[in-house]
Ligand binder design. Structure first.
Ligand code: M6R
Length: 595
């Protein structure tokens, strides 16, 4: 959460580099954005900040000419303090400016101490204390680097920080603990960058190095070239491996679609095929007595779906847990278990810390990630990378398909998987998108939504409810269809829509009975079923309150994939119908690096 970029620019490209990186980082948070830089001719600190999207910042920047050598930029996902310009980064104090991603847990104590020493604060953020602390340590006689290193040692919490100082205009400093940070030089060596991820550097640096927790970076714009060194937590100089930046700009565009999310949903069949072709899974899960899957959000639902796959096909017990609960409840671990961590970004802090807990206790970890070089990918014992390509829309869509198929490939032989059924049924849903858009139009005014399903349709129901909450801002819950009579049915009335996910499988009759129970209470229904149920749904489809979406007849468990595409499109079109920004829904960020 929050995107950071910093640059030393020996040519005149500072503004372009920082702004283009911020645009690519906006998916990490879009409550506000800002830059600070030192003017090339007269090194005074200049700061420009704006609430809302990068566009607002760009409008402000357009009013002046930025001719700087060194600068920092930030996109904010608010944690401490509301969405105001005062709370926007960079924060500054006495010519020191910083940007920060993470949470400083002891900021109140530091703030009180600094206030007692006469310092004032302009914002409600935890981050401002960092700039003030550095300024305070400078006033105490340290140079910028010494003050920075001393200040970092005083912080507790998570951070990726970069700092500049107008009195030392050739120095750029950074530090990382818990939040990701990467560095790279431009191919001509004229520019040096620090950023919170490789995407930010996709057009700037071909080769990058990932910093490790406790690392600090000291970069100097010196003659004849920019020089930088990395210090580890003991302040010893270290070398971090330089790797190619695998993110290309080509993959970071909408490819003619109106939004990234729509493009990404329309890639779901291709991603499934690429996942199948690219993955040679040589992990033998049969040698484990049990499997624990730990993840958050949509990745958690992919894990829940995998439970149905693995228990049915491999007959191995599977637990699935939300990472933020797992890591704090002193879990009982077993040497016979395989611990699987699913994370698109590979940066979700709860999933990362849950994985560290398992590793510390000496057990085997497998990570299913989508981002090369991410923290989870670098620390896991075994890594499986999904072949989704970069996902920009904040809502996870194609990565859910890739995660779910990768998990299926852990328990079903590659040659036994009927890929044609998966891809053709997804494509059929995509071709039928207008019908889903029509259903969305009807649902958009609902006061609440209920998603129900049994078996593999239950994780899909949960995924559908999450997606529509985050995109359409309608209160929605996913339930096992059999559970609704234990309470949830009380909310059903004519203003509540139920999405009943009932492929023609062994659960069909029972889910239809539960659907009838809702209909009997005047609820409106969107029934998502498969074409081979046509005879069996005859009694329900003629009802005025029922719309039906027929999916292709495919065998268990392949329906999971086209059902996922259908509920992704449903959330997309409902959000569009309500006029929301589907790629950047309110209050969210793509990469969740704070607790
Ligand atoms: O990067 P991760 O897969 O670890 O992210 C987990 C969740 O934050 C993520 O799936 C989130 O729930 C999505 N916005 C859902 O669309």
């Amino acid at each position: 959460m929050c995107g950071i970029i910093a640059a030393i620019s020996r040519d005149d490209g500072l503004e372009n580099a920082v702004i283009s990186a911020l645009e690519r980082l906006e998916y990490r948070g879009y409550d506000s954005a800002g830059i600070a830089y030192l003017d090339r001719n007269q090194p005074v600190l200049c700061r420009i900040r704006a609430t809302g999207r990068i566009e607002n910042l760009k409008r402000k920047i357009a009013q002046r000419h930025i001719d700087g050598t060194i600068g920092i930029g930030h996109t904010r996902w608010a944690t401490h303090g509301g969405v105001t310009e005062e709370n926007a980064h960079p924060h500054a104090c006495n010519g020191v400016a910083i940007v920060h991603n993470g949470i400083i847990e002891n900021y109140q104590q530091l703030k009180e101490r600094l206030k007692r020493n006469g310092y004032c604060f302009d914002s409600e953020t935890d981050s401002e204390v960092i700039a003030t602390l550095i300024a305070y340590n400078i006033s105490d006689g340290l140079d910028f680097t010494g003050a920075f290193l001393k200040s970092i040692r005083e912080l507790t919490g998570t951070y990726a920080i970069v700092a500049i100082h107008e009195k030392e205009p050739n120095t750029l400093l950074g530090a990382k603990n818990g939040s990701p940070m990467t560095v790279g030089l431009s191919p001509d060596g004229m520019n040096f960058y620090v950023a919170s991820d490789a995407v930010a550097l996709s057009s700037l640096a071909e080769n990058i190095a990932y910093l490790e927790d406790g690392d600090c970076i000291i970069a100097e714009n010196s003659d004849p070239a920019i020089a930088y060194k990395i210090l580890d937590k003991s302040e010893n100089e270290v070398v971090r491996q330089v790797v190619p930046n695998s993110i290309s700009l080509k993959s970071v565009n909408k490819g003619g679609y109106e939004t990234f999310m729509l493009k990404e949903i329309f890639e779901e069949a291709v991603v499934a095929a690429a996942t199948y072709d690219g993955l040679d899974c040589n992990v033998d899960i049969t040698k484990y007595g049990a499997i624990s899957i730990i993840a958050c959000g949509t990745s958690y639902y992919a894990g829940l779906l995998a439970k149905y796959f693995i228990e049915e096909l491999a007959q191995i017990h599977v637990d699935v847990e939300v990472a933020s609960e797992f890591r704090y409840r002193n879990p009982v671990l077993s040497p016979n278990s395989l611990y699987v961590f699913i994370s698109q970004s590979g940066e979700t802090i709860d999933t990362l810390c849950a994985m560290r807990l398992v590793k510390q206790r000496g057990y085997k970890t497998l990570a299913l990630i989508n981002v090369d070089g991410s923290s989870i990918a670098r620390e896991a014992d075994i890594v499986i990378k999904t072949a989704s390509g970069i996902e920009i829309g904040v809502a996870a869509t194609k990565t859910f398909i890739a995660q779910s198929l990768s998990m299926l490939m852990l328990c079903q032989k590659k040659e036994d998987i009927k890929m044609d059924q998966i891809t053709s049924s997804i494509n059929a849903v995509l071709n039928n998108c207008q019908q889903i858009a029509n259903a969305a139009e009807k649902m958009k005014g609902s006061k609440g939504l209920v998603y129900i399903g049994r078996g593999i349709s239950y994780p899909i129901a949960l995924e559908g409810a999450l997606k529509i909450k985050e995109l359409a801002y309608i209160s929605a819950e996913g339930y096992p269809a059999g559970e609704i009579k234990h309470g949830p049915i009380a909310i059903v009335d004519e203003d509540v829509y139920t999405i009943s996910i009932a492929p023609y499988d062994k659960h069909f009759e029972k889910t239809i009975s539960n659907t009838q129970e809702i209909l009997a209470r005047n609820g409106k229904i969107l029934l998502i079923t498969t074409k081979n149920s046509a005879g069996a749904v005859a009694g329900i489809v003629d009802h005025d309150n029922v719309d039906v979406l027929f999916l292709c007849d495919v065998e268990w468990p392949y329906q999971a994939f086209c059902m996922a595409t259908a509920i992704h499109l449903l959330a997309y079109y409902t959000s569009k119908a309500k006029g929301h920004d589907v790629d950047k829904p309110r209050n969210l960020a793509k990469s969740v690096t704070v607790e």
